[in-house]
Design a protein around this ligand. Structure first.
Ligand code: FAD
Length: 477
């Protein structure tokens, strides 16, 4: 009797605990992916991630075909789909890897319960994280709210389990149920095809993930701690979209940094692991405090008087604020579905503080446009910048977009890549074209207000306005 292997955010064969368990059970496997309706509570799938998902499912199908199987696709409420497949195939078991977002968790608990009532073996496994979100708790048995002690606990817990190798051969059922056509799910953009440039950077699927990991460990891990803050340097792993759909496991990434101490400074290895731990921490928070996804963690922010000006929001989304580092980041996001972490912090601070637009609008825009959109990292990071989060940066720490640009993109290379209108402007004014002498702008072919926007706010005034609003909220609390 077959076992249904239900793929979700674990679109890989490598280090896949549910797959390994299904394989070891000796039963023939039915590999299944279900497109769950938004109404089931799994949240809307952003357009950029939908593009990724399409290619990722194709890649998974290719890997399975190499093992004489294929991926079966179905659409609908997960429980109904599973029950239909169980009836049709005579399967006696369903295996899956756990997900940890609030709606996913509650759907899975209900499904497990229902399947067990029907005497179907329903087994779930870890692997999306290094540790289950309840494994590391404070001395009082409560969840962590602050990152540093969480990291210390993670580090003190010893090395994570080594990753599992993908089984060389899989026993897949010869009579697979009928699959839906991936094309009919319409995950790809059509007119216009705004994802045209995505393939410059990305190869969805686990082979692409392993290649990114290999290249990062060989070329960029040495120096990561210093270089990771400079968006023009190819210094980070760019594994986040692969992680978001589970094409690679964090345990595989951690494992790739073992045994390198002869070649790579320990500080770089530890720093990379600390970033993986930030992701763990975001999931720890979301799992224990599900309201983090959409409500201010610190309810003092509930009374904050957002301006929410729609013209400003549109200028931010389109990368037309007149602040080059902000515009470069927002255009990188649009062009490649990804943005460098330092720049994410700068654009988020600008939206929330300079423009006084509710962080949830920024979070939603990121969710729709990022290929790595992740329910835990996105919400936790937006709340971190807003100052409303658990272990957050204080609200009054407001990034100056000019100084941030000058510090982290000193030659302006990042800006020139994504804001071609400014390409001819020298480094001195690249982050503040509005202060450049007219002659210099003319020479660079720039007319402010025409070829490139004037700043939509004056940063110094906007900063004071934001602080006044914040103080008013504090006084009212
Ligand atoms: P690397 O530097 O190579 O780090 C390796 C991995 O560690 C990353 O893939 C990621 O999983 C994790 N990581 C790194 N930095 C962070 C961080 N600051 N917080 C949590 N985990 C981290 N990350 C997402 O995966 N999805 C999101 O939707 C998301 N939204 C964000 C929104 C804002 C406003 C900000 C400031 C950050 C957001 N991040 C998000 C975190 C971070 O920017 C990305 O994880 C990182 O840029 C991914 O690039 P990388 O894979 O090259 O990172």
């Amino acid at each position: 009797k077959p076992v249904i292997l239900w793929f979700r955010k674990d679109l890989r064969l490598d280090d896949n605990q549910a797959l390994t368990a299904a394989h070891r059970s000796g039963r023939p496997i039915i590999p299944l992916y279900i497109s769950e309706p938004e109404a089931a509570g799994t949240g809307p799938l952003g357009a950029a991630q939908a593009w990724w998902l399409h290619h990722s499912l194709e890649a998974l199908d290719r890997s399975l075909r190499k093992r004489h199987g294929r991926l079966v696709l179905a659409c609908g409420e997960a429980l109904e789909v599973l029950c239909a497949f169980i009836r049709e195939s005579g399967a006696e078991a369903v295996f899956w890897n756990r997900r940890y977002d609030p709606s996913g968790t509650s759907i899975d608990i209900r499904i497990k319960h229902e399947l067990e009532k029907q005497a179907i073996e329903a087994r779930s496994f870890g692997g999306q994280l290094l540790h289950e979100p309840s494994r590391l708790m404070t001395g009082n048995g409560t969840p962590y709210r602050v990152y540093t002690p969480f990291w210390r606990a993670l580090e003190g817990d010893g090395e994570p389990e080594p990753p599992l190798e993908a089984p060389a051969k899989l026993r897949l059922t010869s009579q697979l149920p009928k699959s839906e056509m991936l094309e009919s799910w319409k995950l790809l953009p059509t007119k216009p095809d705004w994802a045209g440039d995505f393939t410059d950077l990305w190869t969805p699927g686990e082979d692409g993930a392993h290649e990114k990991l290999r290249a990062f460990v060989e070329d960029a891990l040495d120096g990561y701690k210093e270089n990771r803050d400079y968006p023009a340097r190819p210094a980070t792993s760019m594994l986040s979209p692969h992680l978001a759909l589970g094409e690679i496991s964090p345990a595989r990434m951690w494992d790739a940094t073992r045994g390198l101490s002869q070649r790579v400074p320990a500080a770089d290895i530890v720093h990379f692991r600390k970033e993986i731990a930030w992701r763990e921490f975001s999931y720890h928070l979301l799992f224990h405090f599900p309201r983090l996804a959409s409500a201010n963690w610190n309810d003092r922010f509930d009374g904050f008087e957002w301006r929410n000006d729609s013209g400003d929001f549109e200028a931010w989304c389109r990368g037309m604020t007149g602040y080059p580092i902000v515009d470069a980041g927002m255009r990188q996001l649009w062009r490649h579905g990804w943005m460098h972490n330092r720049v994410r912090m700068i654009v988020a601070s600008f939206l929330i503080k300079d423009l006084m637009i509710d962080w949830r609008r920024g979070e939603a825009w990121f969710r729709d446009t990022l290929v790595d959109a992740d329910p835990a990292n996105n919400a936790a990071s937006w709340q971190w910048v807003a100052g409303s989060g658990a272990d957050a940066s204080p609200f009054f720490r407001i990034f100056n977009p000019v100084l941030q640009g000058e510090k982290f993109d000193p030659d302006g290379d990042y800006v020139r890549t994504y804001v071609p209108e400014l390409r001819e402007l020298g480094a001195k004014y690249i982050h503040r074209p509005f202060e450049a002498p007219k002659g210099m702008l003319d020479e660079a072919g720039i007319t402010l207000g025409q070829t490139y926007p004037k700043p939509i706010v004056d940063h110094a005034n906007a900063r004071n306005r934001a602080l006044a609003a914040y103080n008013a909220t504090r006084d009212a609390a």
